[in-house]
Design a binder for this molecule. Structure first.
Ligand code: SF4
Ligand code: SF4
Length: 160
């Protein structure tokens, strides 16, 4: 984890997040880690940790949080929000952090555009895999094999 530089902490950061629509429950986090244990992205990327992002934001690590690639990794699936015992709604907090990152110049418009394209592409791949699975099993196996090969995904990872 990145070192905490005390004179760079922004005590207002948490209040700004909590004041945004979707950020209301932010300060209720008691760091239980359920969000991280539930998250499908954290399962495949050990550097991605929703609980840590919230801790950093609560501490006021504005620059570290808003400039981090982590806030763009969330797949917006809602699993963490459903399981959070404190009703923190991390999915929407990620949305707040992304808006702040854009507004404060940490994420240039090209990055936002590229990430939107990645989201569309991911949805399209998922849609085609499911469609082929039911309608054209041979094409499903082909596409699945191509994706697995290109991304070096092992059968064990898929079967988890
Ligand atoms: S599940 Fe909720 S309370 Fe627990 S660490 Fe995540 S956001 Fe905080
Ligand atoms: S909404 Fe984002 S952080 Fe929450 S479980 Fe889904 S991918 Fe993980």
């Amino acid at each position: 984890m990145e070192a905490i530089v005390l004179n760079k902490l922004d005590p207002n950061f948490k209040y700004e997040i909590a004041a945004q629509p979707g950020g209301e429950g932010f300060k209720l986090c008691f760091s239980c880690g359920t969000c991280t244990a539930t998250c499908p992205v954290a399962e495949i990327d050990e550097d991605y940790n929703p609980r840590r992002i919230i801790r950093q934001a609560l501490l006021g690590m504005r620059q570290q949080v808003l400039s981090s690639r982590s806030i763009w990794l969330c797949a917006q699936c809602f699993a963490c929000s459903v399981r959070c015992p404190q009703g923190v709604n991390f999915r929407d907090i990620i949305g707040v952090l992304r808006q702040m990152a854009v507004k404060e110049g940490y994420a240039p418009p090209e990055t936002v555009k590229d990430i939107k394209q990645i989201d569309t592409l991911s949805q399209r791949i998922r849609h085609e895999l499911i469609r082929y699975y039911f309608e054209e099993r041979e094409k499903f196996e082909q596409l699945k094999g191509m994706v697995e090969e290109e991304l070096e995904i092992t059968p064990e990872e898929v079967e988890k």
